[in-house]
Ligand binder design. Structure first.
Ligand code: GLU
Length: 459
């Protein structure tokens, strides 16, 4: 397991032994689930200082219980394409931990989706949701379905089939799904329509990320990207830095990337590049965000089409967007997109801060390199918590049948992200790892969940 270097005490040695033995069991019990192992490994190494202070966690099997989902549902999703051919995909919902609230977390539709990916996402969601300070447990779901190239009618039939099974397991006080990669406003609309039809109830609070006409919250679309930039602004402020005149590189061009670029530009940065899974565009004068929105949100086209309207920009097929020199890097695409080699390149070219808009975009080796080289590093479960935080605000609005203004939700999002930064930073210092937001956010997220589990007894 990854080791954090600090002074050794008997309590710390015992905590390390406990974490290592739990990790061994996890690897044995979940063979081949590499992403899940990776997420757990990062977490276990981080919380050792907290385990050392509270032996009750070991006695009460807190780590064993936290790392085993309360429930894992796998199901068949048959659907018919426009030619009348039947396809079968696999659906998942992991209900990981409900200590502090109903399971909450997105749905991902992507061909790479597997039990391992859903479990790593669900595991991280527990602590991310805890960090928001709002009453939401951790869950995640999805399917190995690829919405790319499918017609609206095919996506609708798929969503209806998916929801027909998922509806048996969710509800406003049980489990509240939302979007993630491949699941945006269109998919949430189809999923909600089918849920409402099956239940014969308008349970708006069962899904978040809804459209504004049927219970959605203003700012939910922008929340993850804006929140990421609010969090990064706090990281920079701690070093007397700002976004003003900084060169920013963003990976991805989905919902998270688009609104991160928008807010970073609003704060005075020049966002010079973004990407999709085919390549990246480089526009040294600053990416034209409305053009990217039009391409991605309306036309659903590839990012290289940006050149049609911006012939002066460059497009690099299969390129690594992080090869461009920048002061702030915001990985907003997918897991493990920054390995040690890319991290080293960013460091060599003088990156100041890296903050994760995607879930687990940096490998453990990349994170170590950032820390060793004094790069400010904002881990996903803290830096991208704005999306789920506004989802919880959407649930609150649905519960009271009220709608808050854009300004009200945005101000609350800013407050939440600033608080997450402060709590993570304080926990890092309090547990002997000043400046290490991985340790800080894991411990701050963990303590609330673990202490609540102690209160609930052995369940
Ligand atoms: N999928 C997002 C995440 O990774 C949002 C989840 C939600 O809004 O429930 O946090």
């Amino acid at each position: 397991m990854v080791q954090l270097s600090t002074t050794v005490t008997p309590a710390k040695e015992q905590a390390e032994k406990y974490a290592a033995s739990v990790f061994e069991t996890i690897k044995k019990r979940n063979p081949g689930e590499e992403e899940f192992h990776q997420a757990v490994e990062e977490f276990l190494a981080s919380v050792i200082p907290a385990l050392a202070e509270q032996p009750e966690y070991e006695k009460q099997g807190i780590l064993e219980r936290l790392t085993e989902p309360e429930r894992l549902i796998t199901f068949r999703i048959p659907w018919t394409d426009d030619q009348g051919k039947v396809h079968v995909n696999r659906g998942f919902r992991v209900q990981f931990n409900s200590a502090i609230g109903p399971y909450k977390g997105g749905l991902r539709f992507h061909p790479s989706v597997s039990g391992s990916i859903i479990k790593f996402l669900g595991f991280e969601q527990i602590f991310k949701n805890s960090l928001t300070g709002l009453p939401i447990g951790g869950g995640k779901g999805g399917a190995d379905f690829d919405p790319k190239g499918k017609s609206d009618a095919e996506v609708m039939r798929f969503c209806q089939s998916f929801m027909t099974e998922l509806s048996k397991h969710i509800g406003p006080d049980t489990d509240v799904p939302a979007g993630d990669i491949g699941v945006g406003g269109r998919e949430i609309g189809y999923l909600f329509g089918q849920y409402k039809r099956l239940q014969n109830r308008f349970d708006a609070g069962t899904l978040t990320g809804k459209g504004l006409t049927y219970g959605g919250s203003l700012t939910r679309t922008e929340a993850t990207g804006y929140g990421l930039v609010y969090f990064t602004r706090e990281m920079l402020a701690a070093k007397n830095e700002t976004f003003q005149n900084k060169k920013v590189v963003v990976s991805g061009s989905g919902n998270v990337a688009i609104y991160a670029m928008e807010k970073a530009q609003e704060l005075g940065a020049t966002v010079i590049a973004c990407s999709d899974s085919n390549g990246y565009i480089h526009d040294p004068n600053g990416i034209d965000i409305p053009a990217v929105k039009q391409l991605k949100e309306v036309e659903r086209k590839r990012i290289k089409e940006y050149l049609q309207t911006h012939p002066d920009a460059d497009y690099v097929e299969n390129g690594n967007v992080f090869e461009l020199p920048c002061q702030v890097a915001l990985p907003c695409a997918t897991q493990n997109e920054i390995n040690a080699e890319k991290a080293q390149l960013l460091i060599d070219q003088g990156v100041l801060a890296v903050a994760e808009g995607a879930n687990m975009p940096s490998t453990l080796e990349a994170i170590d390199l950032f820390h060793q080289n004094g790069v400010l590093f904002g881990p996903a479960k803290a830096a991208n918590a704005g999306g789920v935080a506004v989802s919880a605000l959407e649930m609150a609005q649905n519960g009271t049948r009220l709608s808050w203004s854009f300004e009200q939700v945005d101000a609350e999002l800013d407050r939440i992200m600033t608080t997450i930064y402060q709590n993570s930073s304080e926990a890092a210092t309090r547990y002997g790892h000043e400046g290490n937001l991985v340790v800080g956010s894991n411990i701050a997220g963990f303590l609330k969940v673990a202490d609540t589990m102690l209160l609930h007894g052995i369940i």
